[in-house]
Design a protein. Structure first.
Length: 277
């Protein structure tokens, strides 16, 4: 059984989606859709809520963009599955296929579900309990321009006292998101590492640093006011003065991203960044 999760806001692609369902039937592939699609396709198909949709499936096809995938994982906590990302969004760094590419080679792509790239996951622990991120955690001031003061420890030792508008701690996967738009590096997806990138630091000499993924970070709010931290651009939490957040790579959890046979992740980045085939 295959799960198909479609961003409900992409229903303007209904005709192309119907072509996808026809193609699935032609290849005798059983599938179920997310319940948000019922109002558009009525009782033509079977439906499941997102948590059930991603549970126990051979593979889950996510149709939308990178944000659709991140929201699905954050809403369901479904780490460890195999995902095919089909882009009908904007840039979509993680999305290996356009809808046209997927329709043209659907059977072969799904037959290669065991050829995937492993996405490391950030473990995030603080007053709100343990959470996770596929892309990043971003510390910032909630709607204010005042510089933040953040104290950082690495592996239990003091590392730095940062004055900046914010801070990004990113996985390799998330290095092409806000880390990159803030002037940070893009690193190869799938590597076990953490990227440190200050946002608009007080001093321009503040470097971006790529750390081995074995390191553990502690970020302390040294301001006299609360700040916020946002996980994967989706979940936002408050951080009181003196609060600490611990960040590191999970040792026992990953997400698995099925890739196009004729592309690797670097080909995808080149196409997205430089518009070169």
């Amino acid at each position: 059984m295959i799960g198909i999760y479609i961003n409900p806001e992409k229903i303007e692609f209904k005709k192309q989606l119907e072509a996808l369902f026809v193609k699935m039937d032609e290849n005798k592939l059983r599938f179920t859709l997310n319940t948000g699609m019922r109002k558009y396709f009525k009782d033509e198909f079977s439906y499941e809520d997102p948590a059930a949709l991603v549970s126990g499936k051979d593979v889950v096809i996510v149709v939308g963009g990178d944000g659709t995938f991140l929201k699905l994982i954050q809403d369901t906590g479904a780490l460890g599955g195999k995902y095919v990302l089909v882009n009908i969004g904007y840039v979509g760094f993680l999305s290996s296929f356009t809808l046209g590419e997927f329709l043209a080679d659907l059977k072969n792509i799904l037959d290669r579900k065991n050829s995937f790239i492993r996405l490391p996951i950030l473990s995030i622990t603080g007053a709100d309990g343990q959470q996770f991120a596929i892309n990043d955690i971003v510390f910032e001031n909630d709607g204010k321009t005042r510089l933040l003061r953040l104290e950082l420890h690495v592996d239990g030792s003091f590392y730095h006292s940062l004055r900046a508008s914010g801070l990004v701690l990113s996985t390799a996967t998330g290095s092409s998101a806000i880390c990159y738009s803030s002037g940070g590096p893009i690193v190869e997806v799938g590597l076990d590492l953490i990227v440190y990138k200050a946002i608009s630091p007080q001093f321009n000499c503040e470097p971006s640093v790529v750390f081995n993924g074995d390191h553990a970070f502690e970020v302390v709010n040294r301001n006299d006011f609360p700040i916020i931290y946002t996980i994967d651009g989706i979940k936002t939490n408050s951080m009181k003065p003196g609060d600490k957040i611990n960040v590191g790579l999970m040792k026992d959890a990953t997400c698995n991203l099925v890739l196009f046979k004729d592309k690797n992740i670097n080909d995808i980045l080149r196409e997205k960044l430089f518009n070169k085939e």
